[in-house]
Design a protein around this ligand. Sequence first.
Ligand SMILES: [Zn+2]
Length: 283
Amino acid sequence: MSWIDPDFPRTATLTPLVGRVLGLNPGMMTGPGTNTYLIGRRDPVLLDTGAGVPDYVPLLERYLKERGWSQPARVVLTHRHRDHLGGVDQLRERYRGLRVGKLIYRDAGLPEDIEDIRDGQVIEADGATLVAVHTPGHASDHLCYYLAEEKAVFTGDVVLGGSTTVIPAEDGDLADYMRSLRRLQSLDVRRIYPAHGPVIEDAQGRLAEYVEHRLMRERQILKALADGLTTIPRMVERIYAEVPVSLHAMAGQSVASHLKKLAREGRLREHPIADAPSRWELL
Ligand SMILES: [Zn+2]
């Protein structure tokens, strides 16, 4: 389960068009930390900014210098979670007037002067063309960015290198998430640059695994219900029997996202119970 790799390189030149600088925020949810990417041959576009860890900016500067670059031309963000946009303020302190963009959707409390990036919008870098792809599910405002020159996609938190994605109860939506995976499958994509963990070279294989993983969970949940396990804690006990109990709350969120999806499809009904977990009924 642990995917915090202490030997994960802090900076890397992955291809002539893509450099990577680590956000230096390792953890259970972030793995080795958030990957930030520099895209283009010169005046690179910076994709995501990490969590705002003080050591990040000096690390970024050192890498820019190594490549003979002075600063990022602009910043594009995958989504609003802190470990992706938390570095915006410190970057703007260092680089006055730095342009920052994201899909603005159900947002509150964003940093000032964030430009809106829409689905399908093209972002030109030097020798590289990024196309924004709206991919809600992990977060409603999530954008992936397709890099045509490499048939690659920057997947943010939709696909990760080393873990499955959390579908948060509040802003997440598993049905949206499945549609987003299918949308990524429909692209001519070979390589994935995830927001956490190493590059994935077999993009289609990993996307298929991600879809299959969710379908398997759905089957397990339907089976548990059919066997009379009608509450989330009981289902988690069975389905995540091999996972440490300390992670069962997170597993419960995942089960809840499946139940919500199945209920919306008219296959289940929720019976809320005061001061106790809801009972779920197969229809
Ligand atoms: Zn996220």
